[in-house]
Design a protein around this ligand. Structure first.
Ligand SMILES: NC(=O)c1ccc[n+]([C@@H]2O[C@H](COP(=O)([O-])OP(=O)(O)OC[C@H]3O[C@@H](n4cnc5c(N)ncnc54)[C@H](O)[C@@H]3O)[C@@H](O)[C@H]2O)c1
Length: 334
C-alpha cells in the first residue's frame, strides 16, 4: 500500500520537537518535503531525517512536488491562514496548528472557503485526542462529576528562562500578536467545550496583567465564564514569569473532585466511590501527536469525510479567546 505523502511546513519549536518525530514514527506516512525560510532550521530538520527528505525555503516550491497528499502547517498563527487557504485550494488536506489565526477577522480567508474544502482542514488542537479528556467527559456526563461544577484552569507553561533568550524572544514576538489567552485559549477552550459538551453562556469578566518589562504587553490574563446549568469556569493563562504557578485544570462538583495535570494530563479523581487515576505511560506529546497524525491520515486517505477537530472547533475556541482578550482590554481601560 502506498504511504500518504505529506510535507511539513514550519520547522520551528513544535515542528521539530513534535510534528516531525510523529511523522517519522508513522508507518502510514512518508514525509516528502520540509519547508522553512530559516537555513538553520532546514539543516536541523534534514539531519533528523538522515538526509533523506529534501528541504525548501519557500512553500511555492512544494507545488512542483508530485504526489503530495497533504501538508502539516506548524507555522505562527499570523502566517497560517493564507498558507492553509492556498494548500486547500490546491486540493490538499491540511493539518494546521492552533490557533488558526490571531483573530476571527484574520481567519476569514478560511471561514469563507467552500464547505468541501473547509472539511479537509484539521486543526492542531492536539490534546483533544488524549484519552484522559474522554474519561473526564464521561465522569461529567454520567457522574460523579455531573451537576454544576467549579472549573479552575490554570495554564502557566512558559517560564522565563534567562539562559534561553531565544525562547523569550519567540514568546515576546507571539505576544505582539495577542495576549496568552489567544494562543493558549485555543487548547483550553476546546478542552472545556469537549468535556462540558457546551459553550459558555457568558464571559462575566476578564483581566490582563503585565509583569514582564521585556514584553511590555500583558503576559498574564484570565476570565470568568458561566454555563447554563450553573457551572462556572475560572481560567488563567500566564507566560514569562521567572516562577510559574501550578499548571492544572480542576473540576469540583458536589460528589467529586478531579485534577488534570496541565503538562502530563495525568488525571486524578476523588469521589465517595474512592479514587481513580488515568495515567498513560507514554508521554503526552508523543501519544497526542501520534493520535492527531493518525486522525489526519484517516482524513487524507478518505476513511473519514470531515476533519475533527476541524474548522468549526478551531473557530469556536478562537472566537471565545478573542472575546476574552477584548473584554480584558476594555477592563484595563476602566
Ligand atoms: N499543538 C500544540 O501543542 C502546540 C504547541 C506549541 C506550539 N503550537 C503552535 O504551533 C505554531 C508554531 O509554534 P512554534 O512554537 O513552533 O513557533 P516557532 O516560531 O518556533 O516556529 C514557527 C516556524 O515557522 C516558520 N515559518 C514562518 N513563516 C513561514 C512560511 N511562510 N513558510 C514556512 N515556514 C514559515 C518559522 O521560520 C519558524 O521556524 C504556533 O501557532 C503555536 O501556537 C502548538
Amino acid at each position: 500500500m502506498r504511504r500518504i505523502h505529506l510535507v511539513l511546513v514550519g520547522l520551528g519549536d513544535i515542528g521539530l520537537k513534535a510534528h516531525l518525530p510523529a511523522l517519522l514514527r508513522s508507518d502510514e506516512v512518508e514525509v516528502v518535503g520540509l519547508v522553512d525560510p530559516s537555513p538553520e532550521r532546514r539543516a536541523d530538520a534534514v539531519a533528523m531525517t538522515h538526509g533523506r527528505v529534501p528541504a525548501y525555503a519557500d512553500v511555492g516550491e512544494v507545488r512542483g512536488l508530485a504526489g503530495v497528499d497533504g501538508v502539516v502547517l506548524a507555522t505562527p498563527p499570523w502566517v497560517t491562514p493564507a498558507l492553509a487557504r492556498r494548500f486547500l485550494r490546491a486540493g490538499l488536506a491540511v493539518l494546521a496548528e492552533k490557533p488558526l489565526a490571531t483573530s476571527l477577522q484574520e481567519s476569514r480567508p478560511l471561514a469563507e472557503l467552500p464547505a468541501d474544502l473547509r472539511r479537509r482542514l484539521q486543526v492542531g488542537l492536539t490534546y483533544r485526542h488524549d484519552p484522559a479528556l474522554a474519561r473526564l467527559r464521561t465522569w461529567i456526563r454520567d457522574g460523579p462529576l455531573d451537576g454544576p461544577l467549579l472549573v479552575r484552569a490554570h495554564i502557566y507553561d512558559e517560564r522565563l528562562d534567562p539562559a534561553d533568550p531565544t525562547h523569550a524572544a519567540r514568546l515576546r514576538t507571539t505576544l505582539e500578536h495577542g495576549p496568552p489567552v489567544v494562543h493558549e485559549g485555543a487548547h483550553v477552550f476546546d478542552w472545556l467545550a469537549f468535556v462540558l459538551d457546551a459553550a459558555p453562556a457568558r464571559v462575566v469578566d476578564a483581566w490582563a496583567v503585565c509583569t514582564d518589562p521585556g514584553a511590555g504587553l500583558p503576559n498574564l490574563n484570565g476570565a470568568r465564564l458561566v454555563y447554563d446549568g450553573g457551572t462556572t469556569a475560572l481560567v488563567e493563562f500566564g507566560w514569562l514569569t521567572h516562577e510559574l504557578p501550578r499548571c492544572e485544570l480542576s473540576f469540583l462538583g458536589q460528589r467529586g473532585y478531579a485534577v488534570l495535570d496541565g503538562f502530563t494530563f495525568r488525571l486524578h479523581l476523588r469521589s465517595s466511590a474512592g479514587e481513580e487515576v488515568v495515567d498513560d505511560p507514554v508521554d503526552r506529546t508523543t501519544r497526542c501527536f501520534d493520535r492527531q497524525l493518525a486522525a489526519f491520515a484517516d482524513l487524507v486517505a478518505g476513511r473519514v469525510d470531515t476533519a475533527v477537530p476541524g474548522i468549526a472547533e478551531g473557530l469556536a475556541s478562537l472566537e471565545l479567546s478573542e472575546r476574552v482578550a477584548q473584554l480584558a482590554r476594555r477592563s484595563e481601560g476602566d
